[in-house]
Design a protein. Structure first.
Length: 72
């Protein structure tokens, strides 16, 4: 299974690209979870960057831990 987390404000990966990734993985029959965190930008989870966004980072970690618990 694949987990992908995107920042909704990331300009380098537009929503259309995320939708295409989702469609491609679905067409290939790959188990995947894609989550877009609407207030996060590119690099929202890296606390060494100006783009760090604590609420998005916290939510991303919660999603990741839950996903790992289900898939490992």
């Amino acid at each position: 299974p694949i987990l992908m987390l995107f920042g909704g404000k990331a300009q380098s990966i537009p929503a259309e690209d995320v939708a295409q990734i989702d469609a491609t993985l679905t067409a290939l029959g790959k188990a995947h979870t894609i989550v877009t965190l609407p207030d996060g930008g590119h690099g929202f989870a890296c606390d060494d960057r100006a783009a760090f966004h604590q609420p998005s980072s916290d939510e991303a970690w919660a999603i990741t831990y839950e996903w790992l618990g289900r898939n490992l």
